[in-house]
Design a binder for this molecule. Structure first.
Ligand code: PLP
Length: 435
């Protein structure tokens, strides 16, 4: 069967019409194998033809419920009609001119909107990029430029991207670094999320190997993403702010995954009332078009013309998608992320009580995860991987993170019925794996 014509809506629940992968999917995967890099990590053989809201249709006409949002990107849902209309209108008018060398209004307008919402005392200045990695590259360059210091502190378990600067901060999986060295020097990693870690930084590192007056920035995820959707201990982020203030260090919060409404606030750091010096973002900012941004307190953006630039970053089509995304987030989607997140966590808590192999849920809004645990109480990544495979075969799209976690990061348009469907599928799989 072919995929559904574009003028017909997809069902709002999974609907499988072939065995998986179907024949068209199989043929495309074979072609893919011959010509694309083996470094891509495809957990299951999903070949996507179309997306609508929370639903994905594959090339054989199978319909899946998407709890991944293309790795936390399509926050307004797949192909939101208002985002699509904005893209269509803008692309007929101007596809590209380069915001590095020229001016155009969509870039200014999106910067104004981000500056107005940045959790800084007095507005923000924005540098647009093409990705999360590029946002983090730029942020550490700006931190070094502004402070005239070189050392950077990052966290174990962090994921900040795969280009050299960002990769040097990343400390999530060894495969992401192995054989790529030497990396950018001057990066020190501390454990994520605990007061013990900050004690170690202040009492050990700052008194032995790492003079605090040489540290340009502490880079930290508000909620650790790829590392396992880890919510930090109360006071952790506040204390980083205090340490930064004490030693003149900049606090850079990576909101590439946790930002743009995913946790029910525009930026997850707002849950803790902490004002960082810079925020990096990407993923959800333009509902699926490649765009990222560095938000910095205005007084930090002291670098002169030519010090940092990019051909594509802030592309006009991506910017109108971003402007529309921000409007949709403010007009209901962030509120939906909060209420659907609560429903999801309550349902997962219920599953945890019935199936102790699954931990209690953690997270905020629609950035939620559970761990899978074996009978001895150890993290069980094989069980996690099996559950993700089984979910796919039942029409539910999930992704892993951390050592043995399943992450739930659906489009923020998800409704309560779809949450119940996801929970029902999980419960059937857990029941079967117990038998
Ligand atoms: N920072 C965080 C917290 C991320 O989760 C990611 C990607 O998953 C990145 C940075 C890198 O973003 P990109 O893949 O767009 O370079």
């Amino acid at each position: 069967m072919l995929s559904t014509p574009i003028n017909i809506h997809l069902p709002r629940h999974p609907h499988l019409v072939t065995s998986l992968p179907g024949p068209r999917a199989q043929a495309i995967i074979e072609r893919d194998r011959a010509v694309t890099s083996p470094s891509y990590t495809r957990d299951y053989p999903l070949v996507v033809a179309r997306g609508e809201g929370c639903m994905i249709e594959d090339v054989d006409g199978n319909v899946f419920l998407d709890m991944t949002a293309g790795i936390a990107v399509t926050n307004t849902g797949h192909a939101h009609p208002e985002v699509v209309a904005a893209i269509q209108t803008q692309s007929a008018r101007l596809l590209h001119m380069s915001g590095t060398d020229f001016y155009y209004e969509p870039m200014v307008e999106l910067a104004e909107k981000l500056a107005a919402r940045a959790p800084f005392p007095q507005g923000a200045k924005i540098f647009f990029t093409n990705s999360g990695a590029e946002s983090n590259e730029g942020a550490i360059k700006l931190a070094r430029y502004y402070t005239k210091r070189s050392a950077i502190v990052a966290c174990l378990g962090a994921f900040h991207g795969r280009t050299y600067g960002a990769m040097s901060l990343t400390a999530s999986k060894v495969v992401q670094r192995a054989s790529f060295g030497p990396l950018v020097p001057g990066v020190t990693h501390i454990p994520y999320g605990t007061h013990a870690s900050l004690d170690y930084l202040e009492k050990q590192l700052f008194n032995t190997t790492l003079p605090p007056q040489e540290v340009a920035a502490i880079v930290v995820e508000a909620i650790q993403g790829e590392g396992g959707y880890i919510v930090p201990e109360d006071g952790f982020l506040q204390r980083i702010r205090q340490i930064c203030d004490r030693y003149g260090i900049l606090m850079i919060v990576d909101e590439v995954q946790s930002g743009m409404g995913r946790t029910g606030r525009l930026f997850a750091i707002e849950h803790w009332g902490v004002m960082p010096d810079m925020i990096t973002t990407a993923k959800g900012i333009a509902s699926g078009l490649p765009l990222g941004a560095i938000l910095a307190k205005p007084e930090l953006m002291t670098w002169p013309p030519g010090a940092h630039a990019t051909t594509f970053g802030g592309n006009p089509v991506a910017c109108v998608a971003g402007i529309t995304t921000m409007r949709l987030l403010e007009n209901g989607l962030m509120a939906n992320a909060s209420s659907m997140g609560e429903l999801l966590q309550a349902g997962l808590q219920n599953l945890h009580q019935r199936f102790p192999v699954m931990s209690s849920p953690r997270g905020k809004g629609l950035m939620v995860a559970v761990d899978l645990i074996d009978i001895a109480g150890n993290l069980d990544h094989k069980l996690r991987d099996r559950i993700i495979q089984q979910a796919f075969l039942r029409g539910l799209l999930l992704l892993g993170c951390g050592k043995a976690a399943i992450r739930f990061c659906p489009p923020l348009v998800i409704d309560s019925n779809q949450i119940q469907i996801a929970l029902q599928i999980l419960s059937e799989i857990l029941l079967e794996s117990r038998a």
